[in-house]
Design a protein around this ligand. Sequence first.
Ligand SMILES: [Zn+2]
Length: 120
Amino acid sequence: MHELSLAQSLLRQLHDLAAQNGAKRVSKVTVEIGPLAGIVRDSFEFGFTTLAAESPVTHGAALVIKTSAPEYQCLDCNHMMPASLHRPLNCPACQSEMVIPNGGSDIVLLQVEMETADGS
Ligand SMILES: [Zn+2]
């Protein structure tokens, strides 16, 4: 369960952030899942929701997931090709076939909305 452990580490990050900011609750989280992360989005959402419910800090937190297509890079001339779901067969600049995806393979925390404790 790759997704479950990723959801777990995301939640750990959220708890740390909440503690650092003196927040009592995390209300909304926006993450970007890299195109090469190989994450099943539904499983990740499910894992997050399930685990988030176990803590009062993250209980009911909304999860917004953004995904992006990878960019491609030519290994021969370093030409960058725009993001696309399909790998280009050749580099348009030098015709090399040494084209590799160049994109995130992890989960990036973009934005966290927290409710801070209202003092006394
Ligand atoms: Zn090239």
